[in-house]
Write a protein that binds this ligand. Structure first.
Ligand code: GDP
Ligand code: ZN
Length: 450
């Protein structure tokens, strides 16, 4: 493919700072053999073979020694000539080595610039490039697995397959536009609606899988409901485990915590505690409460906490009545250690329920599993794509256009146009239709060296 930018040589430390025994500097650009020769003192360099060498300063003294790897274009991460210098990793030495690279004509890479070049040189598509960033940021093993899978292109492959299917169907529909008398019959004979239906089902499958990835990334939104002293804070601590501090964010209200964030097996859980939503005359507090209720509208589920000794009372019923209709509920009967109850799953008024003790932690695992399952996430599930909100949004728009295509298919122009819009939406995921601005935004979020 053609090179669509000025290919300055760029360099960066590619390993995390201040960690590990080995530090890697990555250099990417054109014709890096002279660069490598200057660094190694003219040693013979074989592509893709590790060369053990001193890394030399301008005066010929050794800055460090380690391995030099040379990946000639186009068979490299960026598609350009790439050098990897593996040194001993101390921050001072790494910095000296980096300065040496700048001396040799490289400039420091911007965040995401290596991945951006890989994208521009068709080494990976946009969804893959983003998964590089996700892999680095992954908070859990499942998140990392999902990112890796996306990086290998599984997500992109699936999106491409859908786009191909759409193109085939569009060709069929657009062809009939030239023969207005026969169009409907022609489309019927070609089973256009059947083909559309298949594409819709396939898109829904992708959506479900991507949604799991989105949950990993964005987390689940939970409303916490319960009377004072039923054990809400205790339960959150039990769910978060020992090693994760609960972060609180007091939004507009005075005394009570309204929002909390915990990690549930690596899945972020954003919690809105309705205990903070009491009646008030305070204007500022009212604004905060109004915002919180808006957030409740977007929640994935409500966690209804009940003291096993007390049961569900009227006050709790009143709060439940204020929740959005159709919001999935999970009842938690807490303090079973005080009632000799057993940890178990059950149902309450047709909603799932869990009996547990936040104090002894008995049954907390049952609740964890239940919550992850209810938002559609199964830990360690194969086939998770680490989708982003951007991807989910594009998939959602594609699905809408396919629905419009299905209902309006007898007006061929509408049918054709909706298919085209669906294809465009999907193509945004892999970057075929992205503007440079969008690319800038996406890659600038990367860390330097990737
Ligand atoms: P919140 O007001 O709903 O947040 O309730 P807290 O988490 O502050 O708990 C209120 C009281 O109940 C505290 O004294 C807790 O130690 C106690 N508590 C919470 N969960 C349990 C439990 O499972 N068993 C017992 N025995 N006490 C609990
Ligand atoms: Zn509390």
């Amino acid at each position: 493919s053609s090179i669509r930018y000025t290919p300055a040589t760029i360099c960066a430390i590619a390993t995390a700072t201040g960690r590990g025994g080995v530090g890697v500097i990555r250099v990417s650009g054109r014709d890096l053999l002279p660069f490598a020769a200057a660094l190694s003192g003219g040693k013979t360099i074989t592509p893709r073979y590790a060369l053990y060498t001193d890394f030399l300063a301008a005066d010929g003294s050794a800055i460090d020694n380690g391995l030099l790897l040379y990946f000639p274009a186009p068979h490299s991460f960026t598609g350009e000539d790439v050098l990897e210098l593996q040194g001993h990793g101390g921050p001072v030495v790494m910095r000296m080595l980096l300065s040496r690279c700048v001396e040799l004509g490289a400039r420091l890479a911007e965040p995401g610039e290596f991945s951006r070049r890989a994208f521009l040189n068709d080494k990976m598509d946009l969804a893959q490039a983003e998964s590089v960033a996700d892999l680095i940021d992954a908070a859990s093993e499942s998140a990392a697995k999902g990112a890796l899978k996306s990086l290998k292109g599984a997500f992109s492959d699936e999106v491409h397959a859908l786009v191909d299917g759409l193109i085939t169907l569009r060709m069929l529909v657009e062809a009939t536009l030239d023969f207005p008398e026969e169009d409907i019959d022609f489309l019927k004979a070609a089973d256009a609606t059947g083909k559309l239906e298949q594409l819709r089902q396939r898109l829904e499958k992708v959506r479900a899988t991507a949604r799991q990835g989105a949950i990993l990334r964005e987390g689940m939104h939970v409303v916490l409901v319960g009377q004072p002293n039923v054990g809400k804070s205790s339960l959150l601590n039990a769910l978060a485990g020992d090693d994760v501090a609960i972060v609180t964010d007091i939004a507009g209200t005075t005394r009570d915590t309204v929002r909390e964030e915990i990690l549930l097996d690596g899945v972020p859980m954003h919690i809105i505690d309705t205990a903070g939503l009491r009646e008030t005359e305070d204007v500022v507090e009212l604004i905060g409460i109004e915002r919180t209720w808006q957030a409740v509208e977007r929640a994935d589920l409500a966690l209804v906490l009940v003291d096993s000794q007390e049961g569900v009372d009227e006050g709790l019923e009143r709060i439940l009545a204020r929740l959005p209709t159709g919001l999935p509920l999970v009842f938690v009967f807490n303090k079973i250690d005080l009632t000799d109850g057993q940890p178990e799953q059950d149902t309450h008024n047709g909603h799932p329920s869990v009996y547990l003790s936040a104090k002894t932690q008995a049954g907390v695992d049952l609740l964890k599993a239940r919550l992850l399952q209810m938002v559609g996430f199964s830990a360690g599930a194969e086939g998770v794509y680490l989708a982003r909100a951007r991807h989910m949004d594009a998939i959602g728009r594609a699905a809408e256009h396919l629905t419009l295509a299905a209902t309006g298919w007898q007006q061929i122009e509408i049918f054709a146009e909706e298919l085209r819009l669906a294809q465009n939406a999907l193509s945004e995921i892999t970057g075929e239709f992205s503007s440079d601005d969008l690319l800038g935004v996406i890659f600038s979020r990367f860390c330097i060296g990737k």
